[in-house]
Design a protein around this ligand. Structure first.
Ligand SMILES: Cc1cc2nc3c(=O)[nH]c(=O)nc-3n(C[C@H](O)[C@H](O)[C@H](O)COP(=O)(O)OP(=O)(O)OC[C@H]3O[C@@H](n4cnc5c(N)ncnc54)[C@H](O)[C@@H]3O)c2cc1C
Length: 417
C-alpha cells in the first residue's frame, strides 16, 4: 500500500485515534483543529469505555417518557423550545427509528462496534503513556427505586446476551461494593468488564503527542471547506489551501457544515451535555456510577469526582445553562451524601448525534477522497479506537471487521428533502 498525505479534521478523541491508526499504515498525517487536542466534546465526558451501552436512544420507551421529561424543568432531557423548528426534522427521523425492528437492528450494529472497542485501543495505546489513564474498574447503574430497577431488567438482559457480565446487587452487598451510596437505594447492576478513563482530555493530549512523535503534524487551524481536486481533496483554511490525497472529517458536531459544502447530508444534531468537576474526590464512588433515575454518571477521576450527563437539544452556539449543572450537583449530593459538592468547575459540550444513534463511518458520496468519522453521540470515547481502525482498514482496502453499510453517510437523505 502506498503512503498517502492525509489531513484529519478535528483533534478530538475520534480524529486523533484515526490519525494514530492511519500512521500505523505508513500514511503521512496532519491533524487540523482550531483548538488544542481534546478541547471539544472529548474534554468533558464521563470517562466510561461503555462497551455495554448497545441500546440506541430512540426506543418506544424513550418516546413514551419524552413528553413528561420535556415538561419537567429538572429532568435529564431538555429542549430549548425556540430551537424546535430547526430540530423538528431530526426529531421526526428519531421517532421513526424507535420502531422495534429498527431498535433491534441498531442494537446489533452498536453491539458489533462495541465488541471491538477495547481491541481498537490496544494497538494505539500499547506503547503510549495514554494507557496509564485507562483503568479496569467496572461500572454500575444504581436505582433509587425498585420500580426503576425492575424496568431496567430487560435492557440489562440484552447487555448480558451480548456477552457483558451483569451482576445485580442489593442489601449489604450493594453497600459493600458502592460505599457512600445513600442507604435507601433499592438496587444496582454492576458491569465488571468495563474500563474507565482517569482524565479524558489528558488521554487525547497524550495520543496527540504520539501522533507528533511518530512524525505527524498537529496544527491549530480551522478548516473552512473541502473541494475534490485531482483525485484528492483541497482542504481550505484561512491560512491557505492544503492539497491532500485524502481527508478524514472528524469535527464532531461541526462535521455537518463541512459535509454540506460537499453536498453530503449527515443528519447530525448537537446533543448538549454538562459536567461538574468537583475539586475533591471525597465521598465519591470507587467506580463510575450511572443514576438509573436521573441519567448522569458520577466518576472518580484523577483530579476529583466528575458528575456528567444531560441531553439538552439546542443550537450548539447557545450559551450554557448553569441550571443544568446545579441539578447535577443536587442529584449527586442525594445519591452520595458524603460528596463535597461545594467547590467545582463546570463545562458544557456538544455530542454529535444521529437519529439512529449509530456513528457515521464512511466515504463521502461526493468524493471518495473524503471519509467521515463523526456522530458518536454518547459513545465517542468508547468507540474512537475501533473507528480509527475501521477508517484505516477502509483506506487500505482491507476487509473491515464489521459491515460498514449501516454507518454510511447520507443514510438520512431520503427524509431530508
Ligand atoms: C456529558 C457527556 C458525557 C459523556 N460521557 C461519555 C462516556 O462516558 N463515554 C463515551 O464513550 N462518550 C461519552 N460522551 C461522548 C463523547 O465525549 C463524544 O462522543 C466524543 O468526545 C466525540 O469525540 P469527537 O472527536 O467526535 O468530537 P470532539 O471531541 O468534539 O472533537 C471534534 C474536534 O473538531 C474540531 N473542529 C470543529 N470544527 C472544525 C473545523 N472546521 N476545522 C477543524 N477542526 C474543527 C473541534 O475543535 C474539536 O476539537 C459524553 C459526552 C458528554 C457531553
Amino acid at each position: 500500500m502506498s503512503a498517502r498525505d492525509i489531513v484529519v479534521i478535528g483533534g478530538g478523541v475520534v480524529g486523533i485515534s484515526c490519525a494514530r491508526w492511519l500512521q500505523r499504515d505508513g500514511h503521512h498525517v496532519r491533524v487540523l483543529d482550531p483548538q488544542a487536542p481534546g478541547q471539544g466534546c472529548s474534554f468533558g465526558n464521563a470517562g466510561v469505555f461503555a462497551v455495554d451501552s448497545i441500546i440506541p436512544e430512540a426506543t418506544p420507551h424513550a418516546l413514551r417518557d419524552a413528553p413528561a421529561m420535556l415538561l419537567s424543568s429538572t429532568s435529564p432531557l431538555r429542549l430549548v423550545w425556540r430551537d424546535l423548528p430547526r430540530l423538528a426534522p431530526w426529531f421526526t427521523r428519531f421517532a421513526l427509528q424507535a420502531r422495534p425492528a429498527r431498535v433491534r437492528a441498531a442494537t446489533a450494529c452498536l453491539a458489533g462496534l462495541c465488541a471491538g472497542a477495547m481491541e481498537g485501543y490496544r494497538a494505539i495505546t500499547a506503547d503510549s503513556p495514554a494507557a496509564e489513564l485507562m483503568r479496569h474498574t467496572g461500572w454500575a447503574h444504581v436505582f433509587e427505586r425498585a420500580a426503576t430497577a425492575e424496568g431496567a431488567r430487560r435492557e440489562m438482559e440484552e447487555r448480558a446476551r451480548h456477552g457483558w457480565r451483569v451482576r445485580w446487587l442489593d442489601g449489604a452487598e450493594l453497600h459493600a461494593r458502592i460505599p457512600g451510596l445513600r442507604q435507601d437505594a433499592a438496587a444496582a447492576v454492576e458491569l465488571p468488564d468495563i474500563w474507565m478513563c482517569l482524565n479524558p482530555a489528558r488521554f487525547v493530549e497524550r495520543l496527540a503527542a504520539d501522533v507528533a512523535a511518530a512524525g505527524g503534524a498537529v496544527q491549530q487551524a480551522r478548516v473552512t471547506g473541502l473541494r475534490p481536486n485531482n483525485g484528492g481533496v483541497e482542504v481550505q483554511t484561512p491560512g491557505g489551501a492544503i492539497h491532500a490525497d485524502h481527508a478524514v472529517v472528524a469535527a464532531g458536531v461541526h462535521s455537518e457544515q463541512l459535509a454540506a459544502g460537499l453536498g453530503d447530508r449527515l443528519g447530525l444534531t448537537a446533543e448538549r451535555g454538562y459536567h461538574a468537576m468537583l475539586d475533591s474526590g471525597e465521598g465519591g464512588p470507587p467506580m463510575p456510577i450511572m443514576s438509573g433515575e436521573h441519567k448522569f454518571v458520577t466518576t472518580p477521576m484523577a483530579d476529583g469526582v466528575r458528575l456528567a450527563g444531560t441531553a439538552e437539544f439546542a443550537r450548539a452556539e447557545r450559551p450554557p445553562d448553569p441550571r443544568r449543572v446545579r441539578i447535577l450537583l443536587q442529584r449527586a449530593g442525594n445519591l452520595f451524601p458524603g460528596l463535597r459538592t461545594g467547590s467545582y468547575t463546570s463545562w458544557m459540550g456538544c455530542r454529535s448525534t444521529t437519529p439512529d444513534s449509530l456513528p457515521i463511518i464512511g466515504r463521502s458520496a461526493a468524493t471518495p477522497a473524503v471519509t467521515y468519522a463523526c456522530g458518536h453521540q454518547h459513545l465517542g470515547l468508547t468507540l474512537a479506537g475501533v473507528t480509527g481502525r475501521l477508517v484505516a482498514d477502509d483506506l487500505a482496502g482491507r476487509d473491515p471487521a464489521v459491515d460498514l453499510r449501516p454507518f454510511r453517510a447520507n443514510r438520512f437523505r431520503i427524509f431530508s428533502g
